[in-house]
Design a protein around this ligand. Structure first.
Ligand code: HEC
Length: 244
């Protein structure tokens, strides 16, 4: 029954649903196509395809990139567009191919090298910033959401979202997808090697943990070098609650 289902029909049905929710119906106005507001115009006709004959990967790619069901040209806050957000880069492609299986040494080396090459270091060396600012950032997941309104980054800094995956300090409860970072500075000290390692992990964790779940906060431009320095201070400064 799913064979040769026309995507145009599916898209039209979805469009209708939005219009009904919005309280208006394109079909009831009876206006000629040219007079309709841009959003209400019929979606461009996608060619009928045989879903059943497609591999899951081909179907996913078709639905995302060709069926017209995503607004791929929609601008994103990081200055790209929807298509760029959905297109995998080399690290993502390599890791997706592994399908969660153990990485071979060759793949691990390839991913780590790509990650290491992405890291940009502060011109005046890696230094700790302000742990209080870092604490705000580590406990915030704000910014770059694909919701209805763009996030106002001028009013509120983008967060690092660290708390979602890490237990950080003993005064609040964090997640456990990643290892606990409580006492991070107390355990590791403040040597240049620790600073470099911590900066690199936050900037692009694939450098050390190929195909990790941890996001690449510096490499993707979510956190600036200064924000990384502040979060590092939160992890490493002896005065920070992480080390109390
Ligand atoms: C989506 C989950 C996730 C988020 C968000 C996340 N991490 Fe991680 N992090 C991990 C995982 C998982 C690991 C362990 C590496 C691995 O095995 O993949 C890790 C490892 C680390 C390590 C290395 C720990 C060690 O023992 O050497 C540090 C440091 C770290 N994360 C800091 C951070 C900071 C700071 C943030 C916020 C800017 C953050 N992480 C955000 C999942 C996350």
């Amino acid at each position: 029954m799913y064979k040769k289902t026309s995507t145009a029909a599916a898209v039209a049905a979805t469009t209708c649903l939005f219009l009904i929710v919005g309280g208006c119906s394109a079909t009831s106005t009876g206006k000629p196509e040219a007079d309709k507001p841009e959003a209400a115009k019929a979606a461009p006709k996608a060619k009928a395809v045989d879903y059943a004959a497609m591999s899951p990967k081909a179907l996913a790619e078709y639905l995302i990139f060709e069926s017209g069901s995503y607004e791929l040209d929609q601008p994103t806050q990081e200055g790209t567009n929807g298509r760029a957000r959905l297109t995998q880069d080399d690290i993502q492609k390599t890791c997706s191919l592994m399908k969660g299986e153990n990485l071979s040494d060759k793949t691990r080396e390839k991913v780590s090298a790509l990650a290491a090459a992405s890291i940009k270091y502060p011109e005046d060396g890696i230094k700790l910033g302000d742990w209080k600012k870092g604490r705000e950032l580590a406990w915030s997941g704000f910014g770059y959401r694909t919701a209805h309104n763009p996030d106002d980054h001028a009013k509120r800094a983008t967060g690092g979202n660290c708390y979602n995956c890490h237990q950080l300090a003993t005064d609040r409860t964090g997640g456990n997808i990643g290892p606990s970072l409580t006492g991070y500075g107390k355990i590791r000290g403040n040597s240049p090697a620790t600073l470099k390692y911590t900066y690199e992990v936050i900037y692009n964790p694939h450098t050390y943990f190929a195909c990790t779940n941890m996001p690449r906060m510096g490499a993707t431009g979510v956190l600036s070098q200064q924000q990384i320095a502040d979060i590092m201070a939160y992890l490493l400064d002896p005065a920070s609650p992480v080390n109390k």
